[in-house]
Design a protein around this ligand. Structure first.
Ligand code: BGC
Length: 379
């Protein structure tokens, strides 16, 4: 029997887009286990920890544990292959500095550090925290039998988790680039939330309670420096919001979705960042492809609305995404239908080509939203 307010998960745009999303993510997974950010956009032919962790999470939700398993193994192998880089970063950070080469936010699909690592704003902590969070979620599902299939992860995955946890503990106070790979001189709210959630996950996985203590300190820090008038802000030196603040509640759980601080933050995101028709922008003043409406953030707002009981609102977010899909069932990174800065659209098209399509992370968040609305039987 259906729960009140649910709609049958029959064929239709959503069901089709679920199927094509699973295909896009499956096809975008390299034999190594790494997920490409976007197969057809040269700048994104790398595997990001952040994008990949959410792809693995979405595949787990939709009964594709083997795909998630392969991703987590890939991260573990990659991280352990670069142990020296990570331990050097830990030692240098202990002296309050940033090593010349920090562990990168993205690797090649076969797990190498790209040749010109300095050409990309690679020092970003959130992907490492998100990986630890996604790894624990994956292992919990496996333990509870909710996601059968695939093989059991080995001890080397836990070695890698320990190395990453040590790295996050050592670097957590350093400013770094945010999840949009910008503003490297700030401490970003969603980054700190990802680090806190990652350390909590590692405390549990590795039975190291001290890591949970560090995570709690970070949460206290968020409340002390990243709240203005009861609302979380983008970073420690602004009063503005950023749509990535939704991550504080979902999935990182540093604050409950119905906590008044989160409710106030979500209300400001809706007031400031929802564009015509209902798509969500990253932040005011974004100029990347003119600062359009992002698929993955619209899915995030829908997820938040579903979890807080606004199922009609969640469905309207999913409908907006359905309309943004191409005829092949592909989702772009953003739509340029109503840019904040129309003149900037052409600049980015000339520089890097048309908006990245299909973006695996957009598809992953669509799958997450769809699952929040109506869990479908594994196909
Ligand atoms: C986004 C990142 C993302 C990367 C790959 C960048 O433009 O800002 O959040 O990880 O693309 O998808």
């Amino acid at each position: 029997m259906l729960n009140p307010g649910t709609t049958p998960a029959g064929p239709g745009p959503s069901a089709d887009l679920v199927a094509s999303s699973l295909t896009v993510i499956r096809d975008g997974q390299h034999l190594s286990g790494g997920y490409v950010a976007c197969p057809s956009y040269p700048t994104y032919r790398y595997a990001w920890l952040r994008d990949g962790a959410f792809c693995a999470y979405a595949m787990d939700l939709h009964g594709r544990a083997g795909s998630a398993d392969a991703f987590h193994r890939w991260v573990a192998r990659t991280v352990l292959a670069h142990r020296n880089l990570i331990t050097t970063a830990v030692h240098v950070a202990a002296a309050g500095a940033v090593a010349g080469t920090m562990p990168p936010t993205r690797y090649t699909l076969t797990g190498e550090v790209e040749a010109d690592v300095g050409a990309w704003p690679n020092f970003q902590l959130d992907g490492y925290g998100t990986w630890l969070w996604a790894l624990r979620d994956h292992l919990r599902r496996r333990t509870h039998g909710a996601a059968p299939g695939g093989s059991v992860l080995s001890g080397s995955v836990l070695d890698a988790a320990g190395l990453v946890a040590d790295y996050l503990v050592a670097t957590r106070h350093l400013p770094c680039f945010d999840c949009w790979e910008e503003s490297g001189d700030r401490r970003h709210t969603s980054t700190l939330a990802a680090v806190s959630a990652g350390l909590d996950a590692a405390a549990d996985l590795l039975d190291r309670p001290a890591l949970a203590g560090v995570a709690a300190e970070l949460r206290a820090d968020l409340d002390a420096r990243h709240l203005r008038g009861g609302c979380y802000v983008k970073h420690d030196a602004t009063d503005a919001v950023d749509a990535s603040l939704l991550w504080l509640a979902l999935p990182f759980g540093v604050v409950a979705p119905d906590d008044p601080r989160m409710v106030a933050t979500a209300a400001r995101i809706r007031a400031d960042l929802v564009g015509p028709g209902g798509g969500v922008r990253r932040y005011l003043g974004d100029e990347f492809y003119g600062g359009g409406q992002w698929i993955l953030l619209t899915a995030w707002l829908g997820w938040y609305r579903a979890v807080t009981g606004d199922r009609a609102g969640a469905r309207s977010c999913r409908d907006w995404i359905d309309r943004a899909a191409t005829g092949e069932g592909w989702l772009p990174e953003q739509t340029s239908a109503a840019p904040q800065d129309p003149a900037a659209v052409e600049h980015w098209v000339r520089r890097w080509g048309p908006v990245a399509t299909p973006l695996l992370w957009s598809h992953a968040m669509y799958l997450v939203l769809d699952h929040a609305l109506e869990p479908r039987a594994a196909r």
